[in-house]
Structures are given as structure tokens and as C-alpha cells.
Design a protein around this ligand. Structure first.
Ligand SMILES: [Zn+2]
Length: 87
């Protein structure tokens, strides 16, 4: 279970930055809550509060619909920093 300790801090990143609205076009803020295969990270790992996790979820789903984030990633497309290709 050592891997799960990757996200040690339990406070919400978005509360810390006093974010009220998460833009689906702002991939830099969304990628905190995405795994390297573009899955939404669960709240127990990221430490987001419930309110912000819901905002992030909506934003990520919108970003998927607008093709900013892929729904699925092939195994060969998994790279160190997947957001390089998107910018
Ligand atoms: Zn929060």
C-alpha cells in the first residue's frame, strides 16, 4: 500500500487556491485530478473536498466531450507526461 501514499496531504488543492469555478478548458488544473491514463482520480487519493471533486468531475466530463481529454488511452500512448501532446 506504499503507492497510495503518493498523495499525502489531505487538504483540497482547490480550496487552498480559493477556486470557485473550474474551467474545462484549463487542463493544467484538471490534470491534478487525472491519472496518467486520463481517469478521474478518486477523492480519497487526491484529498479534494466533495464540492470541488464534483466541479472537477463535471469539468473533466465536459473536456472529454470537447475532445480535450481522451476517454481511453492505448497502452502504447501512455507516456511520462501525456499533456505534452495536447498543448
Ligand atoms: Zn475544495
Amino acid at each position: 500500500m506504499a503507492e497510495r501514499r503518493k498523495f499525502k496531504k489531505r487538504f483540497c488543492k482547490y480550496c487552498e487556491q480559493k477556486v470557485d469555478f473550474i474551467d474545462y478548458k484549463d487542463l493544467n488544473s484538471l490534470k491534478f485530478s487525472l491519472s496518467e491514463r486520463f481517469k478521474i482520480m478518486p477523492r480519497r487519493l487526491t484529498g479534494n473536498c466533495k464540492r470541488h471533486q464534483e466541479l472537477v468531475t463535471v469539468a473533466i466530463k465536459r473536456a472529454r466531450q470537447t475532445a480535450l481529454i481522451p476517454y481511453i488511452v492505448d497502452r502504447k500512448n501512455v507516456v511520462e507526461s501525456p499533456f505534452e501532446n495536447l498543448r
